[in-house]
Design a protein around this ligand. Structure first.
Ligand code: TA6
Length: 282
């Protein structure tokens, strides 16, 4: 257990040569390996010392997705979380819990509510689940948007195909359009993309993760939307914690509830999150 101030990392292992690493800083998963193959992308220029949100892995976006009253993507990803339950192993599963609660800083922010997040990371031989229990400890209701900002590693971005988005409406933040309907069965990355697919019903498949024949199935719990992002060449150059060519090694497919805020009554809880499964490409 840590008293919540130093940044350190927790490692989980599971059969099938599976492992994952989570930094207490932002409770950011920075590695997920299956059969020894890394499936997440972390920039070689990422800050891992707590001075900036980690550029890669699975940063947690809460209580605000994107720009707004708070700094971009809210404070959860650049705050140190407490480990409240270290590496429990039952059978083939390994789990660790992290906790984030309101602080003087958050109570003084533009989002001043009393809250508690309990983050459960569970690893098995082929899956990684990252689920948050959001609790309103305040006397008034509050709204939030939240998302798992997952950076998948790919051996070649040209081989990435995202399936399960056809027919879904999206907001295109590059073209400034909303209510655009996706018509492609396979969404690919060949330029700067920044889209919010709204109310995605089923599972989303990300092909080309880890290796060209790697497929990760993204299953969501309560999270309604999928954000699809790649900075591509120009914007890659604008990020100090991202290598100029690293846009070729990653794709962000992010599960969250961002198009419409989640409203939480005093004393109530809401659960949201994702389950990632590495499956052989059919
Ligand atoms: O992934 C979607 C997004 O909101 C993009 O607009 C881009 O800003 C990205 O997040 C990264 O944001 P960050 O604040 O981590 O540089």
């Amino acid at each position: 257990k840590n008293d919540g101030d130093e940044v350190y990392k927790v490692k989980l292992t599971a059969p099938n040569d599976a492992e994952c690493v989570i930094y207490t800083y932002g409770a950011t998963v920075t590695s997920w390996k299956v059969q020894g193959k890394e499936l997440l992308f972390v920039s070689k220029l990422a800050k891992l010392d707590g001075t900036k949100a980690i550029r890669g892995g699975i940063p947690i976006v809460f209580p605000q997705f994107g720009p707004g009253k708070l700094p971009q993507h809210g404070f959860a990803r650049n705050t140190n979380w407490k480990v409240v339950d270290q590496d429990n192993k039952t059978g083939d599963m390994a789990t660790v819990h992290f906790e984030l609660t309101d602080s003087e800083a958050t109570r003084a922010s533009e989002w001043p509510y009393r809250f508690r997040l309990l983050y459960k990371v569970t690893l098995t031989g082929t899956t990684l689940s990252t689920i948050i229990e959001y609790e309103n400890l305040d006397s008034s209701a509050f709204d939030f948007t939240t998302l798992m900002h997952t950076y998948f590693r790919t051996s070649d971005v040209a081989g990435v195909k995202v399936k399960g988005l056809d027919g879904i409406k999206y907001v295109d933040k590059i073209l400034g359009q909303s209510d655009v309907v996706e018509t492609r069965k396979d969404v690919i990355v060949d330029k700067n993309e920044d889209r919010v697919y709204v109310d995605v019903p089923g599972e989303v498949l990300v092909d080309g993760v880890g290796s060209e024949d790697g497929r990760v199935i993204v299953k969501r719990f309560n999270y309604k939307d999928i954000v699809f992002w790649n900075p591509w060449e120009e914007k890659a150059k604008e990020m100090s914690d991202f290598g100029d060519d690293e846009y070729k090694e990653m794709v962000c497919v992010e599960a969250g509830s961002v198009a419409k805020p989640v409203s939480l009554e005093p004393g109530s809880k809401w659960v949201g999150g994702q389950l990632l499964r590495l499956a052989p490409k059919a």
